[in-house]
Design a protein around this ligand. Structure first.
Ligand code: ANZ
Ligand code: ZN
Length: 882
C-alpha cells in the first residue's frame, strides 16, 4: 500500500534516459518481423515546439508503441524540415547565420521532443538543410532532368520590385509584397519546374485506391487537379477586324451546350491576339499593363472586379455566319488555362454575367430549370448553372431545344466535329486539368541549390554527379535585398564542366516543398551515402502505413509527395507509386481568447477564470481588472491564447499532457485546451498509481500457476479486464483514442471496486481472485502504456515485472471471457411488443418461456386468455400467441 504520490518530474527523465541507453526504439532494416511505418509530419525548426506538435506526435506515438507491442518492426523516425525563409529573416534581423540559427533551434526542439517521451528512432534523424541530405536531392533533380521530369520554362511570376525577389502567391497580399508592401508586378522569368502534369490523370485516378485517406483530403486533391471534359472550338475571326490578318480564335469550353447564349468572346491579356491588338492600340496596351498589376494569385483574380476592353475584333458564331461576337481582353481569363480564350455565356456563368451587366451586353437564357416556364424565365443578377431543358437554341443548322444540357453537349460535339473550318473540324473533345507544373525556383539563399551551371557557350549544363553536393556558402551576407547567393562575391563564378570556359552557377534554390517530398523515403536508409535510397530497403519499408499531420497540408505537400514518389520510381530510386497508405489529419488545439478593455490580448496564464452565478468571469491576476472572455480559436501567438508545452510538462508531466490530448475529443477534431481537464488527467494519474500499488500488494498472494478454475468474483474481474483489452485493442487500430481512454477509465472503476471488496490482510484473499488481480493489474498497465509510457514503466516495476513495459508483448485476449453472460430478448404478445426479458445466454427454451410468462406486461396483455403457443427466435424475439 503506498501513500506516496507518483512523481512525474523524477520518473519521466529517468525512463527517457533508460529507453535511450537501451536503444529500444531503434528499428533495424534487417529485422525479419513484418514492418509498420508510422510517421508524423516533421517539424520546421522554428525554435520551439508548440502544443499542436505535442498532439500530433502523441497520436503517432500511441500507434507506434502499440504496433511494437503487437510484434511489428516499427519504423518511427523524426527529422527537420530545415530550409526556409524564417532563417533568412533571423539573419537579417538578428545577424545570426541561417545555419547557426537553424541548428540551435533543432537542438532546443529536440530536447523538448525528448521530454514528451516519444518512442522515436533518433538514429535516423535527418535535417533537410544538411548537405548529406540535399546532395541526394540534387542527384534526383539531375535524374529528373534527364528523364524529362524537370524543365526550364518561361513563367509568369509575382515580382516584388523592392525586395527584388519572386514571391509565392501566398506572399502577395492585396496585390502587394508581404514584407516590402510594394505593388507586385507580373514578370516572365525562367523558372525550373517539375512536370507534375505528366501525372495529372494518374494522380487523380489513384485517389480511388487510397481508401485509408480522409474523404475530404481526397476531394480537395481531386478539385486541385481539376479535370474538365470539354470542347476545343475554333471560332472564325472577321478578317477585316483583326490586327494582322488572324483568322481564328481557339477557345476551351465545358459548356458547348450553351453556345446559343453566347454574348461575347474574351481573351487573356497575355494572349497573342491581345498582344497583337495592343501593339496597334495604345489605350488597350495601357489597359493590359493596368490589369497585370494584380499579380498571378488565383484568389485575387477570382475576386477582383471584372474588367474588359473591346478590341474591336469580331468573331463569327459557329452556328450562324451572320452572328458576330465582340472580342474583349478581360482580366478574369488566364493564359495558363485552356487556350487563354473563352466564349462568354452570361445567363449560365456568374463571371460572364457580372461582365455583361457591367458592359451592358445583355443575356439570353438557354437552359430552363425543370418546372419553370421558358417564356417567363429570365436571368438578372444570378447566373443559372443547374440542369434543365434547352431553350432558345435552334436555327436551321441545329436543334437543341428540349434536350437536356448533357444531350445538347453531345450533339454539339458531334455536329462541330464534322463541320469544317478551313480544312479542319471546328471542334474536338478535350480534357483539361487545372493542375499546373510545379515551379520550384526560389530566389533565396536558405534552400537546396539547383545543381546546374549556365554557360554562355553550352547553355544549361548539369553539375556532374561527382561534384555533388553543390554546397551553400557559409559566409553569405544579408545586408541588401535580393538573393544572397547571387550577391556572394565568388560562389556563383565557376568554370563550365563542358567547355572549361567561364560560367555561372544557378543561384535559384529549390522550393522547400521539394525537401519534404521524399524525406519519408530517406528515413528508410539515411546512412546510404551513395544514393538517395537503397531501393531494396525502401521498397520493403514503404509505404508509410500511417501518416499523421495537419489538414493544411492536404493539397500541396501530399500531392507533391505523391508526384515525387512516381518520379523517383521513373528514375529507379523506388518501386512504388503511393507513399502513404494511411493518412490521418488531426484536429487543432484551440483555446479561449482573453482581452483587456483596450482590446489587447493576454495569455491564459495571466488570468483567473471563476465560475459564478452569471457564468464564467475572468480577471487579470496581477491587477484584478476585468478580462473579456473571447471565442475559442486556434492557438496563435497574435491572440496570445497559447500554452507552452514546457510549462505543462514541468507542472504536470508529459503523461498528463499526453492523456489530456488524447482523452478530450476524437483525434480528427479540434480539442479545447482546458486547465480543469488537465488537472483531471493529473488526478487520474495519481489514481492509477494508487490502484496499481494496491493491486501489487494484493496480487502478491497469487499462486504461481494459473488456477484451474475461477470463482464468480475472479471471473467478473477477468471479464472486465479482457473486455477492456478487446475494446482498447480495436480502438487503437482505428485511431479512436478518445474511446480507448473512456474504456480504460471504465475498467479502472470496475477494478477499484473489486480491490475495495476483498478482506485484508492479503492472506485472506482467495487464490483465484489474487491471481485475477495480478492479471488485471498487468493488463491495465499495458493498456495505458502507449498513452502514458512513463507512468506505465514505473507501475510495471511496482508489479515486479521483468524488463520494460515498452518492450512487452501486447496481452493475449481470452476470447471466451468476452462472451456475454446474458441476452435481452424482445417480448411480443400476438405480434405486439410488450416488453423485454433478460436471460442467461445458456438458458434453454422452457426456462425462457417461464420467464416470459411470468412478466406482468404479458399477463396483462393476455388478459386471462390461455397461451396457445410461444415462438422463440433465438437471441432476438419471444412471441406469445394467446
Ligand atoms: C462557356 C461557358 C458557358 C463556360 C457557361 C462555363 C459556363 P472548368 O470547369 O474549371 O474547366 N474558361 C476556359 N478557359 C478559361 C481561362 N483560361 N480563364 C478563365 N476561364 C476559362 O471551367 C471551364 C470553363 O471556364 C469554360 O467553359 C470557360 O467558360 C471558362 F455557361 O465556356 B465556359
Ligand atoms: Zn560551356
Amino acid at each position: 500500500m503506498t501513500s506516496e504520490r507518483y512523481n512525474a518530474r523524477d520518473a519521466e527523465p529517468r525512463w527517457q534516459r533508460l529507453w535511450d541507453e537501451q536503444a529500444i526504439f531503434v528499428s533495424k532494416n534487417d529485422d525479419p518481423r513484418p514492418k509498420y511505418y508510422v510517421l508524423e509530419m516533421f517539424p520546421y525548426p522554428s525554435g520551439r515546439i508548440h502544443i499542436g506538435h505535442v498532439r500530433n506526435y502523441t497520436l503517432g506515438d500511441v500507434l507506434a508503441r502499440f504496433m511494437r507491442a503487437k510484434g511489428f518492426n516499427v519504423l518511427h523516425p523524426m527529422g527537420w524540415d530545415a530550409f526556409g525563409l524564417p532563417a533568412e529573416n533571423a539573419a537579417i534581423e538578428r545577424k545570426v547565420a541561417p545555419k547557426a540559427w537553424t541548428y540551435d533551434n533543432i537542438a532546443a526542439m529536440k530536447k523538448q521532443l525528448r521530454s514528451i517521451g516519444l518512442s522515436l528512432d533518433w538514429s535516423r534523424e535527418i535535417a533537410t538543410c544538411d548537405p548529406s541530405y540535399y546532395k541526394h536531392q540534387q542527384k534526383m533533380f539531375l535524374d529528373f532532368l534527364r528523364a524529362g521530369l524537370a524543365e526550364r520554362e518561361k513563367r509568369k511570376v509575382n515580382w516584388d520590385p523592392v525586395d527584388m525577389t519572386v514571391l509565392a502567391n501566398e506572399q502577395v497580399i492585396d496585390g502587394r509584397g508581404w514584407r516590402s508592401g510594394a505593388v507586385v508586378e507580373q514578370r516572365e522569368m525562367n523558372q525550373w519546374v517539375f512536370k507534375i502534369t505528366k501525372y495529372s490523370q494518374e494522380l487523380l485516378s489513384a485517389l480511388d485506391g487510397l481508401d485509408r485517406w480522409p474523404d475530404k483530403v481526397r476531394l480537395m486533391q481531386r478539385n486541385w487537379i481539376g479535370r474538365s471534359e470539354g470542347l476545343l472550338i475554333r471560332f472564325a475571326l472577321d478578317a477585316a477586324t483583326t490586327p494582322a490578318g488572324e483568322s481564328e480564335l481557339k477557345i476551351f469550353t465545358t459548356r458547348p451546350d450553351t453556345l446559343f447564349g453566347a454574348k461575347f468572346m474574351a481573351i487573356s491579356a497575355d494572349h497573342p491576339l491581345a498582344q497583337a491588338a495592343a501593339a496597334k492600340n495604345p489605350e488597350l496596351a495601357e489597359f493590359i499593363a493596368e490589369i497585370k498589376k494584380i499579380g498571378t494569385a488565383q484568389e485575387i483574380i477570382d475576386t477582383a472586379e471584372k474588367q474588359g476592353f473591346d478590341t474591336g475584333i469580331r468573331a463569327v458564331h459557329p452556328f450562324d455566319p451572320t452572328w458576330k461576337l465582340p472580342v474583349y481582353v478581360a482580366n478574369f481569363v488566364l493564359m495558363e488555362y485552356g487556350t487563354g480564350a473563352i466564349f462568354g455565356c452570361p445567363a449560365h456563368d456568374q463571371r460572364d454575367l457580372d461582365f455583361v451587366n457591367k458592359y451592358a451586353l445583355g443575356n439570353t437564357p438557354v437552359v430552363c430549370p425543370e418546372g419553370q416556364d421558358p417564356k417567363s424565365f429570365v436571368i438578372t443578377d444570378t447566373a443559372y448553372d443547374g440542369d434543365g431543358r434547352m431553350i432558345n437554341s435552334e436555327n436551321k443548322f441545329i436543334h437543341l431545344n428540349g434536350l437536356t444540357p448533357a444531350q445538347a453537349f453531345e450533339l454539339v460535339a458531334k455536329v462541330l466535329a464534322s463541320t469544317l473550318l478551313g480544312n479542319a473540324p471546328v471542334a474536338e473533345r478535350q480534357v483539361n486539368f487545372r493542375l499546373r507544373d510545379w515551379g520550384i525556383s526560389r530566389q533565396r539563399y536558405w534552400g537546396c541549390p539547383i545543381p546546374v551551371i549556365h554557360c554562355p557557350k553550352c547553355d544549361v549544363v548539369p553539375v556532374p554527379d561527382a561534384d555533388l553536393p553543390v554546397k551553400l556558402p557559409d559566409d553569405a551576407t544579408f545586408d541588401k535585398p535580393g538573393n544572397a547567393l547571387d550577391h556572394h562575391p565568388s560562389w556563383k563564378h565557376v568554370t563550365c564542366p563542358q567547355c572549361g570556359g567561364k560560367a555561372q552557377r544557378e543561384t535559384d534554390t529549390m522550393d522547400t516543398f521539394v525537401d519534404s517530398s521524399w524525406y519519408f523515403a530517406r528515413f528508410t536508409d539515411p546512412w546510404n551515402e551513395a544514393s538517395p535510397t537503397t531501393p531494396a530497403v525502401a521498397n520493403r519499408m514503404l509505404p508509410v502505413d500511417q501518416y499523421i499531420g495537419g489538414v493544411e497540408h492536404a493539397i500541396l505537400h501530399l500531392l507533391y509527395s505523391r508526384f515525387f514518389t512516381r518520379a523517383m520510381k521513373a528514375t529507379g530510386h523506388i518501386a512504388l507509386d503511393e507513399p502513404f497508405a494511411g493518412m490521418f489529419t488531426q484536429g487543432m488545439v484551440v483555446h479561449e481568447t482573453y482581452q483587456k478593455a483596450d482590446g489587447s490580448y493576454v495569455q491564459p496564464a495571466e488570468v483567473k477564470v471563476e465560475v459564478g452565478g452569471n457564468g464564467r468571469r475572468a480577471t487579470l491576476l496581477t491587477t484584478g481588472e476585468d478580462i473579456a472572455i473571447g471565442p475559442i480559436e486556434k492557438m496563435s501567438k497574435s491572440k496570445k491564447n497559447t500554452v507552452d508545452p514546457d510549462d505543462i510538462i514541468e507542472t504536470y508531466g508529459a503523461d498528463v499532457a499526453r492523456w489530456f490530448m488524447l482523452s478530450d475529443s476524437p483525434p480528427d477534431r479540434d480539442v479545447i485546451w482546458s486547465d480543469e481537464r488537465v488537472q483531471g488527467a493529473s488526478r487520474f494519474v495519481q489514481r492509477l498509481w494508487r490502484l496499481v500499488n494496491d493491486a501489487a500488494t494484493l496480487g502478491k498472494a497469487a499462486p504461481a500457476a494459473r488456477p484451474a478454475s475461477f470463482g464468480p468474483d475472479a471471473t467478473a474481474l477477468r471479464k472486465a479486464a479482457h473486455g477492456a483489452l478487446d475494446k482498447v485493442t480495436a480502438g487503437i487500430e482505428r485511431l479512436h483514442f478518445n474511446v480507448c481512454l473512456a474504456h480504460i477509465r471504465e475498467f479502472t472503476n470496475a477494478f477499484s471496486e473489486v480491490l475495495q471488496r476483498p478482506g485484508q490482510p492479503a492472506p485472506d484473499l482467495a487464490p483465484d481472485l489474487a491471481w485475477a488481480i495480478q492479471e488485471a493489474s498487468q493488463i491495465l498497465v499495458q493498456l495505458f502504456s502507449p498513452m502514458m509510457p512513463h507512468l506505465a514503466e514505473e507501475c510495471w516495476q511496482v508489479l515486479d515485472r521483468k524488463g520494460l513495459v515498452s518492450e512487452a508483448d501486447w496481452p493475449q485476449i481470452e476470447r471466451d471471457l468476452l462472451v456475454e453472460d446474458s441476452v435481452t430478448l424482445v417480448v411480443q404478445v400476438n405480434g405486439k411488443k410488450r416488453g423485454e426479458v433478460t436471460v442467461a445466454t445458456a438458458a434453454q427454451n422452457p426456462e425462457i418461456e417461464a420467464a416470459v410468462l411470468a412478466l406482468d406486461a404479458v399477463k396483462l396483455a393476455l388478459d386471462g386468455k390461455p397461451v396457445r403457443k410461444v415462438i422463440i427466435v433465438p437471441k432476438r424475439i419471444v412471441n406469445v400467441v394467446g
